[in-house]
Design a protein around this ligand. Structure first.
Ligand code: GLA
Length: 412
């Protein structure tokens, strides 16, 4: 009898394991929201987050799609409690995390939190290693909808196995929790993460500059760097990355730095490219103090629509002419988004003759030949229709700026 019970139990357990998966149906388009890290690092608290949530609502950001509010590192105490549970820092979050999550939910948004697959978070707080199921249950009991999971202090862990354990722990809670893998691209997560998480970082941390490397030597045994937007853009072979990007599974180019000190031209390029690459659009600025110009960039509905396009095809660099990079993204209904990026220090006088061009996306089997198909051109920053592809398009693109258009075939 004992033998049969043990056999049945094993069968039950292995079938439960076999059915373990990531939560389905989340992130059918790239997630959008706000994350505390880029502006506040570990200096976060309940009042701050509530005032950010209120600004996101009052400035119309929620209504254009930014609906995940994610608190990053620094929310907990340095020790777990006697039962091994994580404890929110009572000075920073006097009413606890559930109270904050409830507030976010009451505004019609979703709530996200941060931890790490290793023994410690990058800020030195307790990591999830060895506590995955316990932590997942705690997050679920608080009403967490999104978990960003980092890769510091991972020791001898294997990335896909470590993230699978946490995925299974989240799944076992029964609460749909978007799983945001933050392993910095170290072990090529695009090759293994599709079944595990909904997004995966492809680089180390972003830095608010166009093309710099921000080195951190700090006397540490391991040097690390944060990266300007061009560095992140060119860090990996995009023709490889884009093969793995699809609804429910996205390459994450990191939280945005729009509004954090770059020029308006650079901010525009950053936003346009992150949209074209189907990256998550996570704001990283202090939205309470955002300028009119920044707000105009991050609420541009037509550019957000490029990011959120239902085909979910990540864009690619079609051609480079001198210092001009031309990035393209196939969209639904045979439309295309095109982004002319001026990487040089000088203005670029564009005179682009569509007629001689055919754009082919061999991976997703999309093609447009402008000799046979005429398109209407819409300038997404000017929010104007500016003619058709029958005539060359002429404009001046400032240094580090973009000229971004969509092309819509005109029915014959
Ligand atoms: C890593 C991540 C960042 C941030 C910090 C928190 O550096 O890549 O996005 O979460 O840790 O310590």
């Amino acid at each position: 009898m004992k033998g049969i019970t043990a056999f049945l139990l094993t069968l039950l357990l292995s079938s439960t394991m076999a059915f373990s998966q990531k939560a389905e149906g989340l992130a059918q388009t790239p997630p959008m929201g706000w994350n505390s890290w880029n502006t506040f690092a570990c200096d976060i608290n309940e009042q701050l987050v509530i005032s950010v949530v209120d600004s996101i609502v009052s400035k119309g950001l929620r209504d254009v799609g930014y609906n995940y509010i994610v608190i990053d590192d620094g929310w907990m105490l340095h020790e777990r409690d006697k039962k091994g549970n994580l404890v929110a820092d009572p000075e920073k979050f006097p009413n606890g995390i559930k109270h904050l999550a409830d507030y976010v939910h009451s505004k019609g948004m979703k709530f996200g939190i941060y931890n790490c697959a290793g023994s410690y978070t990058c800020g030195g707080y307790p990591g999830g290693r060895g506590h995955e199921y316990q932590d997942a249950l705690l997050y679920a009991s608080w009403g967490v909808d999104f978990l960003k999971y980092d890769w510091c202090s991972h020791g001898n862990l294997t990335s896909d196995a470590a993230y699978t354990t946490m995925r299974d722990a989240l799944y076992a809670t029964g609460r749909p929790i978007l799983f945001s893998i933050c392993e910095w691209g170290d072990t090529e997560p695009w090759l293994w993460a599709e079944e595990i998480g909904h997004t995966w970082r492809i680089s180390g941390d972003i830095y608010p500059c166009f093309n710099c490397e921000d080195r951190h030597d700090d006397g540490l045994p391991t040097q690390w760097s944060a990266w300007g937007i061009m560095r992140i853009l060119n860090m990996r072979d995009n023709s490889v990355l884009r093969q793995y990007s699809k609804p429910g599974a996205w390459n994450d180019f990191d939280m945005m730095e729009v509004g954090n000190g770059m020029t308006l031209s650079e901010d525009r390029s950053h936003f346009a490219l992150w949209s074209l690459l189907s990256s998550p659009l996570m704001l990283g600025n202090d939205v309470r103090k955002t300028s009119k110009e920044t707000l105009e960039i991050i609420t541009n509905k037509e550019i957000i629509a490029v990011n959120q396009d239902e085909l979910g095809i990540q864009g690619f660099r079609f051609e480079s002419i001198d210092s001009l990079d031309i990035w393209v993204k196939p969209l639904v209904n045979d439309s295309w988004a095109i982004c002319f990026l001026n990487t040089s220090e000088k203005p670029y006088n564009l005179n682009y003759n569509w007629n001689q061009k055919t754009i082919i996306d061999t991976i997703f089997n999309k093609k447009i030949n402008f000799s046979t198909t005429t398109c209407q051109i819409r300038d997404l920053f000017a929010k104007k229709t500016i003619g058709t592809t029958k005539n060359p398009t002429k404009t001046t693109i400032n240094s580090h700026d973009v000229f971004m258009v969509t092309l819509k075939p005109i029915k014959k």
